[in-house]
Design a binder for this molecule. Structure first.
Ligand code: 5AD
Ligand code: SF4
Length: 438
C-alpha cells in the first residue's frame, strides 16, 4: 500500500532543494506526496534555524501535529537546521517525533523512518558522514516541469560570522565534484529546465574537484555550465564578498547566460560593527568590490542582507549602514533585527534595546523599499527577455522573471511556460512588473 507523505519546508532555497530530493528518495520507497498533513502517513518538517525563536516555532508546530498521531502508523520526521541543532534534545522534548535527521544524512531518511516503524523507537541521525548524500538521493521527481531549478553545488560555511548558526548546523564547507554537477545539470535541461540557480551557503567559495584533477572555482564552473546546450540562464546564491575572485567577476562580463543579478550580503556599513561581526571585510572594501563588479557588468542588479541592532551598534554605526545602502543602490534586499542564536559568539553580548532595533529596521526598510521601487520604475518602457514560469492570478495571465529576478506579469499561454519572450515593460509596482509581448 502506498504511504502518503506531507512535506513542510521552512527557510532558504537550499531547504526547498533538499525537500525535493527527500521527496524523490521517499517516492522510490512507495510514498506519494499529499498536500495536507491530515491524511499523511509521514509528516516531514524541513526546518530553518537562521532567525528568531526557530526551535520554539518548530516545537509548537510539533505540538499541533501531535494529535494527528492518533491514527495508527502516522510518523513525524524533523529535518533541517533545527533538527541538527537540537538533536537528541528534540526527541526528549517532543516524544511525538519519530525521526530527527540532520542536513548531511538525508539519504538515510527512508531507512530511518522504516527503522522507527519496525522498532517503535525514535531514530536520530545528525552525523556528517563521509559520503555525499546527493549520490544517494535521486533527482527531483520527473513529473515536475518547472523551467527554473535549483542545484546545490556547495554546502556549509567556514566563515563564522559572530551572529550566524550556519557553520554549526550545516558544518564545514564542502563542494561537490564538477562532473557530477554537470551530469545533474544536463539531466535537468533534458527535462525542460532552462534556468539553473547554483546554490550554496557560501556558493562563491565553491572549490570542487574538476575532471582534470585540479580544483575549480565558481567562475570556472559557471563557464562549464554555459556550455550546456539548452541552458539559457545561470544564477548563483548566496555569496560572501571575500570570495568574489577575479575569475567570477570576469564571468559576469563574459558569460551571456550568467544573469545580471547578484545577492551579495554586507550585513552592516560600520567597520566597527563589521569587525565585531567577524565579517573580515570593511565597508570601503565592499564598495570597491561593487565598483569592480559594475565595471564588469554595468547593468547588474544588486541584492543584500542586513542586520540592524547587532550588539554594540550605535545610532552613528547604523547611519553608516544607511550611507552604504545609499551609495550602493540595491534592486532588492532582506533586512533583519539581530536576534541571538544560542551557541554563537555574539549571543551572550549585551543587546541593543528592542525598540531601537525596531526603529532602525523600519528606517532601513523604508530606504530599501524606495530603492527597489526606483529600480523597478527604471524598467518602464524597456524591452526585457522574460522567462515564463507559472500561471498568474488571472485567466490568461502568466508570471515570468526578468534577467534582474523581478516578477513580470504578462498575457501568455500556459503552453509558453519555459519560453523566454521579449517583453515591453508597461507597469512597475513595488514588488513586480507588468508587460506585454514586444
Ligand atoms: N539575527 C538576525 N539575522 C540573522 N541572519 C543570520 N543570522 C542572524 C541573526 N542571528 C541573517 C543574515 C544572513 C541571512 C541569511 O540571515 O543577514 O545573511
Ligand atoms: Fe553565516 Fe553567511 Fe557568515 Fe557563513 S558567511 S557564517 S553562512 S552569514
Amino acid at each position: 500500500m502506498t504511504r502518503k507523505l506531507y512535506v513542510k519546508t521552512y527557510g532558504c532555497q537550499m531547504n526547498v532543494y533538499d525537500s525535493e530530493r527527500m521527496e524523490s528518495a521517499l517516492a522510490a520507497e512507495g510514498y506519494a506526496t499529499t498536500e495536507t498533513p491530515e491524511d499523511a502517513d509521514l509528516i516531514l518538517l524541513n526546518t530553518c534555524h537562521i532567525r528568531e525563536k526557530a526551535a520554539e516555532k518548530v516545537y509548537s508546530e510539533l505540538g499541533r501535529l501531535k494529535a494527528l498521531k492518533a491514527r495508527a502508523g502516522v510518523q513525524i520526521a524533523v529535518a533541517g537546521c533545527v533538527a541538527q541543532a537540537e538533536g537528541a534534545e528534540m526527541l526528549a522534548r517532543a516524544p511525538a517525533v519519530d525521526v530527527v535527521v540532520g542536513p548531511q544524512a538525508y539519504h538515510r531518511l527512508p531507512k530511518l523512518a522504516e527503522a522507527a516503524r519496525r522498532t517503535g523507537r525514535a531514530q536520530l541521525d545528525t552525523e556528517f558522514p563521509e559520503e555525499d548524500k546527493f549520490d544517494h538521493l535521486p533527482a527531483a521527481p520527473k513529473t515536475r516541469r518547472a523551467p527554473a531549478a535549483f542545484l546545490t553545488v556547495q554546502e556549509g560555511c567556514d566563515k563564522f560570522c559572530a551572529f550566524c548558526v550556519v557553520p554549526y548546523t550545516r558544518g564545514a564547507e564542502v563542494s561537490r565534484p564538477v562532473e557530477r554537477l554537470l551530469r545533474e545539470a544536463r539531466d535537468l535541461v533534458a527535462r525542460g529546465v532552462v534556468e539553473i540557480t547554483l546554490l550554496g551557503q557560501n556558493v562563491n567559495a565553491f572549490h570542487g574537484a574538476g575532471p582534470d584533477g585540479t580544483e575549480w572555482g565558481l567562475g570556472r564552473l559557471i563557464r562549464a555550465f554555459a556550455g550546456i546546450e539548452g541552458l539559457a540562464r545561470i544564477r548563483y546564491t548566496t555569496s560572501h564578498p571575500n570570495d568574489m575572485d577575479d575569475d567570477l567577476i570576469a564571468a559576469h562580463r563574459e558569460i551571456g547566460q550568467l544573469m545580471p543579478y547578484l545577492h551579495l550580503p554586507v550585513q552592516a556599513g560600520s567597520d566597527r560593527v563589521l569587525k565585531a561581526m567577524n565579517r573580515k571585510h570593511s565597508a570601503a572594501g565592499y564598495l570597491r568590490l561593487i565598483e569592480r563588479i559594475r565595471a564588469a557588468r554595468p547593468d547588474i542588479a544588486l541584492s543584500g542582507d542586513f542586520i540592524v541592532g547587532f550588539p554594540g551598534e550605535t545610532e552613528a554605526d547604523f547611519r553608516e549602514t544607511l550611507a552604504l545602502v545609499r551609495e550602493t543602490g540595491y534592486a532588492q534586499a532582506y533586512s533583519f533585527k539581530y536576534s541571538p542564536r544560542p551557541g554563537t559568539p555574539a549571543a551572550g553580548a549585551e543587546q541593543v534595546p528592542e525598540d531601537e532595533k525596531a526603529d532602525r529596521l523600519a528606517r532601513l526598510q523604508a530606504l530599501l523599499s524606495e530603492q527597489q521601487a526606483a529600480f523597478n520604475a527604471a524598467q518602464l518602457g524597456r524591452r526585457l527577455p522574460v522567462l515564463v514560469e507559472k500561471p498568474g492570478r488571472h485567466a490568461g495571465q502568466m508570471v515570468g522573471r526578468s534577467p534582474y529576478l523581478q516578477a513580470v506579469h504578462l498575457e501568455a499561454a500556459a503552453e509558453e511556460t519555459g519560453q523566454i519572450l521579449e517583453v515591453e515593460i508597461t507597469g512597475a509596482g513595488p514588488n513586480s512588473l507588468a508587460g506585454r509581448r514586444a
